[in-house]
Design a protein around this ligand. Structure first.
Ligand code: URA
Length: 219
């Protein structure tokens, strides 16, 4: 496990070990958490991980006037980062990110997993303007085989993205290795690195199917 003091190092998996993240993650893993609870916890983890992944955003100095007098301060520099959600479970993390940065543009990439080969196939893609100039935060709660995330990063780089960061709730060693091999420039922010994948490509112990738990669907 990498310490959270790690800076935004390309290719590294940074475990965000904040007590609030650890508390929410444990409750999220619990099979007894219902759909509403799961959605709320996932959004809260999204917010906390996003705050960590964005902690070096550039600022512009400005002056404002308080009720007492002038004060120097800073505001986020333009262009704002954008966020790209990998459908459909990524939208659970998106909720938290958007609470922090409601003005940030949002893209979506739909990736379906072939259950036999576990390879990712793109079925939808809509990206924000100016992606080449923005920091691009990709959200995907489960970094399992890493195939969907790596394929989404391929799509984003083809579209011109140059500075990318990936946020996931749980990462398997296999997924981290895949991403480090295919996209060594992209740091990964995660709440925990789990043991392994099972034969179906699920993270062990994981939290089950994030999309199904978020939307109340069945496999
Ligand atoms: N996707 C999920 O939702 N869960 C896993 O464990 C792996 C991939």
């Amino acid at each position: 496990m990498q310490p959270d003091s790690m800076q935004h190092t390309p290719g590294r998996a940074i475990v965000v070990a904040h007590p609030l993240v650890r508390d929410r993650l444990t409750r999220l893993r619990d099979a007894a958490a219902g759909q509403g609870e799961f959605r709320r916890l996932l959004a809260e983890i999204g917010l906390l991980l996003a705050a960590r992944a964005l902690d070096d955003l550039p600022l512009d100095a400005i002056q404002v006037t308080t009720p007492i007098g002038p004060a120097r301060g800073e505001v986020l520099a333009e262009p704002l980062p954008c966020v790209v959600s990998i459908l459909r479970a990524g939208n659970g993390l998106l909720d938290g990110f958007r609470q922090l940065l409601p003005e940030a543009p949002v893209g979506m990439i739909g990736m379906a997993r072939d259950e036999k080969t576990l390879e990712a196939r793109r079925y939808y893609c809509k990206l924000p303007a100016g992606i080449a100039e923005r920091l691009v935060i990709v959200v995907d709660p489960m970094l399992a085989t890493g195939h969907s995330a790596a394929a989404a990063l391929d799509v984003l780089k083809e579209a011109g993205a140059q500075r990318l960061r990936l946020i996931s709730v749980l990462a398997a060693p296999e997924g981290i290795a895949e991403l480090q091999a295919r996209h060594p420039d992209v740091p990964i922010y995660t709440a925990a690195i789990d043991e392994r994948l099972d034969q179906r490509g699920y993270i062990v112990p994981g939290l089950g199917d994030a999309g199904d738990r978020l939307y109340g669907t069945v496999e």
